[in-house]
Design a protein around this ligand. Structure first.
Ligand code: ADP
Ligand code: ADP
Ligand code: ZN
Length: 225
């Protein structure tokens, strides 16, 4: 029997821990980790046309326009590695994005399995964003205080150099949080109305958040009898 694809949408404000948790959960569920921010940063790095269009918005901490973002994610979900589903991180971030995703899912006959929402308060988010460091080589995520690498500035996984995202500066991080509350928070109600939203306390340690997240996603996945 062919099982239904699994589509998990990880929600939460910037700095909530989506990327940290998604990398591990995607590996455990055997699904590709589809992170809109990572895809945009890759395009910016390669200097593609999409990257040139997205960069000014990213630099200001604002959202890339819906038409560009929706087309990019729908194309990504149609690749062969997403045949069995995906773990979405950072998309949808507006109600029109959520509606466009639903229309696409209806066409291909997919259902959303679960929408875990990692809740974290604003002061904690700002501390997390300002101390975040990323490996330039493999994308592993660190925090100077909460998840420091063994050697400062060096990735534990691959030895690559760590960097700070320009949009993690205090000023741009504040703008991103404001944009989140204005444009992305309404998406939570959208999924709550569909009975898909599960709230996770994101202020626990990384391991505790993972255990709670994993258990709630697994309990919402339709397991064939
Ligand atoms: P974070 O992990 O801190 O929440 P992301 O890496 O997900 O940030 O996103 C970085 C930037 O990429 C955003 O500030 C925005 O400019 C752009 N971006 C990512 N996802 C979307 C989206 N779904 N819609 C519009 N813009 C997006
Ligand atoms: P997001 O993708 O939601 O923007 P990240 O996964 O990049 O968030 O995490 C933001 C920062 O907070 C990173 O520096 C990460 O190491 C740190 N972090 C993630 N989860 C926790 C946690 N539960 N407790 C403390 N720090 C965390
Ligand atoms: Zn690395």
């Amino acid at each position: 029997m062919v099982s239904q694809p699994i589509l998990v949408i990880l929600m939460g404000p910037p700095g909530a821990g989506k990327g940290t948790q998604a990398k591990r959960l995607a590996a455990e569920l055997g699904l590709p980790h589809v992170a809109s921010g990572d895809i945009f940063r890759e395009h910016v790095k390669r200097g593609t046309e999409l990257g040139r269009k997205a960069q000014p918005y990213m630099d200001r901490g604002e959202l890339v326009p819906d038409d560009i973002t929706i087309a990019m994610i729908i194309e990504r979900l149609s690749r062969p590695d997403c045949e069995r589903g995906a773990l979405l991180d950072g998309f949808p971030r507006t109600v029109p994005q959520a509606q466009a995703l639903d229309e696409r899912l209806a066409e291909i006959n997919w259902c959303i399995s679960a929408v875990p929402y990692i809740r974290v308060s604003e002061p904690v988010l700002l501390r997390r964003l300002s101390g975040r460091r990323i490996c330039r080589n493999c994308g592993a995520v660190y925090h100077i205080e909460f998840r420091p690498p063994a050697r400062p500035g060096v990735c534990d996984v691959c030895g690559g150099p760590l960097y700070q995202r320009p949009d993690d500066s205090l000023e741009t991080a504040r703008r991103r949080l404001q944009v989140y509350f204005e444009q992305t928070a309404p998406v939570l109600a959208y999924y709550e109305n569909q009975g898909l939203l599960v709230e996770i306390d994101g202020e626990q340690g990384i391991e505790e958040v993972y255990a709670t997240l994993r258990d709630s996603v697994i309990s919402m996945m339709q397991v064939p009898a």
